[in-house]
Ligand binder design. Sequence first.
Ligand SMILES: *Cc1c(COP(=O)(O)O)cnc(C)c1O
Ligand code: SF4
Length: 348
Amino acid sequence: MAQEVWQQSLKESVTSIEQLAAHFDFNPRLLATVEAQYPMRITPYYLGLIEQVGDPIWKQCVPDLRELDAGGFSDPLAEEDFAPVPAVIHRYPDRVIFLVSGSCASYCRFCTRKRKVGCSDMSISFRELRAGIEYIAANPQIRDVIFSGGDPLLLPDSVLQDLLARVHAIPHVEIIRIGTRVPVTLPERITDRLCTLLKKFQPLYLNTHFNHPRELTEQASEACARLADAGIILGNQTVLLRGINDQPTIISELFRGLLKIRVRPYYLHHMDLTQGTGHFRTSIKSGLQIMHSLRGPVSGLASPHYVIDLPEGKGKVPLVPQYIKRQGEKLLIYAADGSVVEYPDLSS
Ligand SMILES: *Cc1c(COP(=O)(O)O)cnc(C)c1O
Ligand code: SF4
């Protein structure tokens, strides 16, 4: 079958420091060591968003020596302890992550699954996919199946269609979600044909992963419009990243911009304790300050939950700025402008 445009783009991606050095003037010293441990790939489109060395796009996709730091955990969420079969992570009773793809259009340097995403041991066999579907079919408490990886939308249409059809046909599965970064890094993947295919598997929720307002381009906007026009409900998961988006003005511009392209901010993730990503971590305090700065000035639709995913697989917990304080019989509530209001609460 003829190659699709997006498959050609993947082939033309930059996958080595040497290739990158042909485009930019930077010091490549030792970076090949990083790339040997954690793969790199930058699509031609995403490469085109880099305006200069070290900018917020560059930092998300170009290897950095600090990735070799030994601190942190290889599998911070203990996902492997919650994998009844290799392709399924089952931590909450009613929903599972289904790992359907081992690769991504561009490799994010801050990825929680960087221990295996893009590496050969992440390649998922047909037998593992089949075992994943059998597991979901055999566990009637599973209502919600989240296609993840890697990036599910790197699968060819025919494979994706087959997997979606099998999961959709399981009577107790009520909704399917897809987690994908291709609207950000490879928007040409969102073809009309893909949208027609996805449309068959309603209710379908798609969460994408914009981290910076500079990623909200015309092409990304058109990709999201095609998905939304197909009736797919779009959300976004942003990771709070030091030196990239950890400022109230950047975050509010990002979240407002997402609403304009019909994408609802769903989660702002605190960085996990993943090995090789420590240089991206912010304090929880600065995350809470950013959340507080949104309250009031920014539409409620543009205020996602700020969540931390706890170590040892204890799950996600929302982190919320402190707005209430009990003082004896009195309940004090802090308004968004900082003033304190006494509120007549019931005693129970
Ligand atoms: C995040 C996550 C989910 C989905 O959680 P929601 O809060 O429902 O979005 C499901 N399973 C695992 C293992 C997760 O880490
Ligand atoms: S797209 Fe997602 S899974 Fe892939 S490298 Fe980025 S964060 Fe990791």
